[in-house]
Design a protein around this ligand. Structure first.
Ligand SMILES: Cc1cc2nc3c(=O)[nH]c(=O)nc-3n(C[C@H](O)[C@H](O)[C@H](O)COP(=O)(O)OP(=O)(O)OC[C@H]3O[C@@H](n4cnc5c(N)ncnc54)[C@H](O)[C@@H]3O)c2cc1C
Length: 483
């Protein structure tokens, strides 16, 4: 394939912002996306809420306190400080593009400072679509939709390109610099809010390229997802307008002196409380209907259709705080390889503050793109020996359907390494992951893409479980019953 000075893996918001920034900094960029750039990944199903520290000293310090408290000392201090101090300026730069974001302000000393931006209605797909349109209309970024990165190819310790699969064919994309922006791994779990393409490919590729991961035990479980009669995320604001949770006995189980904020306690607290209930229902009987119709039209429609039918919820795997260690310049220990977005880890520490993942894509997507564009570039080359070595590890095609194995993994992880964890369950999971890896190595996949995803999921599941076993105490989103 043609040489790209900057090659971005992933067509979510982080990847798209990185490509725009690279081109603005003078380096033509290509995006490899295994689905559709701007139409895939969690950026599309996000609620579009960007929270960031306002550019006013008092308000910024307040945000910093909350951001650091949520990370529970597990954040990379340098990166966290850079994010808190600069996110407002990066959001201001983004404003200049005219993407469909509304900015809201807080007041200090008689002046107003933006602290939140979101689409109206709060749907990430509106923003992702607009950024894709910008790429197509205003840039010459090459979009390689349908190309799934398999491995980062290195020579003499630096990234020189990416081996990818498109339409069943393996292709080598030579590159001057590579940016890993292919998101998290929610599909490790049977219950997740993530889109089906989010399978931990970035974590697995990074480790095969020689990088470490950090904080993999910290997986955020989101308590606000309706799974029946349809699927929908609820925005926590709804609880300020009369909605409550009830269990199958009709009890408002969050009405407990331990949880003064009730349904609005931290996500992990709510997720754990839900985990112990047989059934969790969203009771909208006391909800302000005008608010519901205006802010959550999909939920209002679900409720109106049959108010007697319960809206059922359960916690779901939502966000990975861990990943490839993020530095404030987005570089990694592999020369020419950068990381941004949910593929990166360490900014949020043990838990993430609501609304900070999208502002992270804005800040570090741009930083990664600029630095990849300005940094030293690998020349165009054909790394014959390195490609042959990678290909040796790939299976021959065949007829095997890998879906049952994938489902088994997702169930094992949900049962043993999800919201609540204990040693015996995690050891069972590790054993099962080992058996499944062995089984996978003997299969001949009918679809190569399924093999790639399952290998990434198995790898990520192993990383989470080992990190969770090693972390003896409960911290942030990691909760053990046997600490
Ligand atoms: C339901 C939901 C609601 C959310 N709401 C919010 C919110 O309101 N505010 C907030 O701050 N955060 C929110 N988040 C989190 C936030 O959406 C994500 O963290 C963020 O969008 C991640 O962006 P990204 O670009 O790193 O990854 P993604 O948007 O997940 O994109 C990953 C991209 O990489 C591609 N890809 C994956 N593997 C490969 C491969 N091997 N080769 C090529 N391409 C590949 C995918 O197809 C996709 O295009 C939400 C998350 C979910 C699931």
């Amino acid at each position: 394939m043609p040489y790209s000075p900057v090659l971005v893996i992933g067509g979510g918001l982080a990847g798209m912002y990185a490509a725009i920034a690279a081109e603005e900094a003078g380096a033509p960029a290509t995006i490899l996306c295994k689905c559709r750039t701007g139409g895939s990944g969690n950026s599309v199903v996000a609620m579009s809420v960007h929270r960031f520290a306002p550019d006013a000293p008092g308000l910024r310090e307040d945000y910093r306190r909350r951001f650091l408290a949520s990370g529970a000392g597990e954040q990379d201090a340098d990166t966290a400080a850079f994010f808190v101090d600069n996110a407002a300026a990066y959001m201001e730069k983004l404003r200049a593009y005219g993407f469909p974001l509304e900015y809201r302000c807080l007041e200090e000393d008689g002046r107003e400072y933006p602290y939140l931006a979101c689409c109206r209605p709060k749907q990430g797909r509106i923003l992702a679509k607009a950024v894709r349109a910008w790429l197509e209309e205003k840039t010459s970024v090459r979009l390689e939709d349908g190309a799934a990165a398999m491995d980062i190819v290195k020579r003499d310790g630096r990234a020189v390109g990416v081996l990818a699969e498109r339409d069943g064919e393996l292709l080598f994309y030579p590159a001057g610099a590579v940016i890993l922006a292919c998101g998290g791994a929610g599909n490790v779990y049977a219950a997740t809010s993530n889109t089906s393409d989010v399978t931990g490919d970035g974590y697995a590729m990074a480790v095969r390229a020689g990088l470490p991961l950090r904080g993999m035990e910290f997986v955020q479980f989101y308590p606000y997802r309706i799974y029946s009669p349809g699927r929908a995320d609820i925005f926590p604001d709804i609880f300020e307008h009369g909605a409550v949770f009830r269990n199958e006995k009709g009890e408002r189980f969050m009405d407990d002196p331990r949880w003064p904020k009730k349904e609005l306690e931290n996500r992990d607290v709510v997720a754990r409380a839900m985990y112990w209930q047989k059934e969790v229902r969203l009771d909208l009987s006391g909800c302000d209907m005008a608010y519901l119709e205006r802010e959550c039209p999909n939920i209002a429609a679900m409720y109106r259709k049959d108010p007697s039918r319960p809206l059922l919820l359960r916690p779901v795997a939502h966000f990975f705080m861990g990943g490839v260690p993020l530095r404030k310049d987005c570089s990694t220990d592999v020369r020419g390889l950068y990381v941004c977005g949910e593929a990166a880890g360490g900014l949020h520490g043990a838990n993430r503050l609501a609304g900070s993942a999208l502002s992270e894509t804005v800040v570090f997507g741009r930083v990664a793109g600029e630095n990849a564009a300005r940094g030293e570039k690998a020349p165009e080359l054909w790394p014959e020996a390195e490609l042959a070595e990678l290909l040796r590890g790939y299976p021959d095609p065949g007829e095997d359907d890998l879906r049952p194995l994938k489902q088994r993994l997702r169930d094992v992880m949900w049962q043993n390494v999800s919201v609540i964890r204990e040693t015996a369950g995690m050891e069972t999971a590790l054993r099962e992951i080992g058996e499944m890896e062995k089984e996978l190595s003997g299969l001949r996949p009918a679809r190569f893409r399924d093999w790639q995803e399952l290998r990434s999921l198995l790898f990520t599941a192993g990383s989470i479980t080992r990190a969770a076993l090693a972390r003896k105490e409960s911290l942030g989103a990691h909760c053990r019953t046997d600490e």
